[in-house]
Design a protein around this ligand. Structure first.
Ligand code: PBG
Length: 329
């Protein structure tokens, strides 16, 4: 035999030379759930190891991540029921604790990268990402709200805005208003191919943001989030987001959509982000808690696989644990 592929696997040194990719913490983003109040750090029962933090506790969390070299964070707010309405007006209220929290984190850690969530659902009494009227989600009316939310977030100091709503035309609407207001350096990470997935459950528990039951309220998000059966349709969304001015294109969820990640990587020059969503992380945690999988090997293999599939940026609830492992802690 002239060809013996095993020769390149025979020692750690040779395997090291032959290793095609290395995943560093530079590519990881840690999600942080924020809640109004003080001294709060409460675990999300459907996502063990992930917490809701009040701003003071979030500052400590960010500090410990920064010490591990993890510098990028995506922030999500849990909004009290009394602040919710049909049009998500609290989302751009200067008194919104989420905006203030971002400013506080940015003041203390100017070198951190803060990514926002531009979407109505945490603020909507209907639990939808758009204005609900007569049983429908109104696209263009929603854009005006997203524009106000985006400007408020840029003012608060977010580096990157993350529209996660899937309304048509939202990247252009947001880019236009940001530029008009002088926020030409504020980036947009668009949730380009966001699927109507069953794997967002723990996230909706964390934020209490699931679609609300009601006669005139759609019970799912299928009229705006993408059909899990479709891959080529992601290219339509990718082309539009590129033309509309997105800086990053995201695929979400990640693990079940690795073919979409690869397709996007092959078709577009912009960096590709993958959101390893709450349900995907929860499955792995549950298997490890049952002793069916080994966290210390299964978790890094999962993140490496997403990177290998073509994700330049990986948003994952495991980012901090991965950073700890890399640091040998
Ligand atoms: C909503 C939003 C969702 C997630 C991020 N932004 C949920 C949804 O679309 O219903 C899910 C993230 C996760 O599951 O980790 N704007």
């Amino acid at each position: 035999m002239h060809r013996r592929p095993r020769r390149n696997r025979q020692s750690a040194a040779i395997r090291g030379m032959a290793q095609e990719i290395h995943l560093t913490v530079d590519h990881l983003v840690q999600p942080i759930f924020l809640v109004e109040g003080e001294g709060i750090k409460e675990e999300i029962s459907s996502l063990p190891g992930t917490f809701r933090f009040s701003t003071d506790e979030a500052l400590k969390e960010v500090e410990s991540c920064m010490q591990l070299g993890l510098k990028s964070f995506i922030l999500f707010p849990k909004i009290a029921q009394e602040h919710k309405d049909k049009r998500a007006t609290y989302s751009y209220d200067p008194e919104n604790f989420y905006l203030k929290a971002a400013t506080a984190i940015k003041d203390q850690f100017p070198e951190a990268c803060l990514i926002s969530d531009v979407a109505m659902d945490p603020y909507s009494i209907d639990g939808h990402d758009g204005v609900v009227y007569d049983g429908k989600i109104l696209n263009d009316e929603t854009l005006h709200i997203l524009q106000k939310m985006a400007v408020a977030q840029a003012k608060a100091g977010f580096d990157v805005l993350g529209p996660s709503d899937m309304m048509d035309g939202r990247v252009e609407a947001i880019r236009t208003v940001l530029d008009e207001e002088g926020f030409t350096d504020t980036s947009i990470m668009s949730y380009t191919a966001k699927y109507a997935s069953a794997f967002y459950g723990p996230f909706r528990d964390a934020l209490d943001s699931a679609p609300v039951e009601g006669a005139d309220i759609p019970k799912d998000k299928k009229t705006y989030q993408m059909n899990p059966a479709n891959r080529r349709e992601a290219l339509i969304e990718g082309e539009l987001d590129t033309l509309e001015g997105a800086d990053f294109l995201m695929v979400k969820p990640a693990l079940n959509y690795m073919d979409v990640i690869l397709t996007m990587k092959q078709h577009f020059e912009l960096p590709i982000a993958a959101y390893h969503v709450s349900g995907e992380c929860a499955m792995l945690i549950a298997a490890c808690q049952n002793g069916w999988l080994d966290y210390d090997t299964a978790m890094p293999e999962t993140l490496l696989s997403l990177y290998r599939a073509g994700a330049d940026v990986i948003i994952t609830y495991f980012a901090k644990d991965y950073a700890k492992m890399q640091a040998g802690i």
